[in-house]
Ligand binder design. Structure first.
Ligand code: ZN
Ligand code: ZN
Length: 112
């Protein structure tokens, strides 16, 4: 049996490495909240599938070609799919709300 040590947070003796079960659970919860789960950020596996399909369809139609955001269309190998109307503004994962741009254009679109 492993020796008990005091929990780093509350001092309760525990067999865990650093925190007792209660403090560990609390810490994990805070950690998750700070990071924001993938789901909260809107990146569900369903969205990832939609995004991949959108990029594939875009490539099939245009090749490695970004249609440009506030710049003229240009070749781009790093195409990414993004929401036209952001999820935060009520946008959906519907393919009609998906736009394919290169990473640079996507970043510019987000920063404006
Ligand atoms: Zn504790
Ligand atoms: Zn671009």
């Amino acid at each position: 049996m492993r020796r008990r040590r005091p929990c780093l947070v509350c001092g309760t003796l525990t067999r865990n490495a650093s925190r007792c079960d209660t403090c560990q659970a609390q810490w994990q919860q805070q950690h998750d909240r700070a990071r924001g789960s993938a789901h909260q950020r809107g990146y569900t596996s369903a969205w990832q599938r939609t995004a991949r399909a959108a990029v594939a369809a875009h490539r099939a139609q245009y090749g490695d070609w970004c249609l440009g955001w506030k710049v003229i269309a240009h070749t781009a190998a790093d195409l990414t799919a993004d929401h036209i109307v952001a999820k935060a503004n009520g946008g959906t994962d519907d393919p009609a709300n998906v736009q394919v741009l290169c990473r640079g254009c996507n970043a510019r679109k987000h920063n404006q």
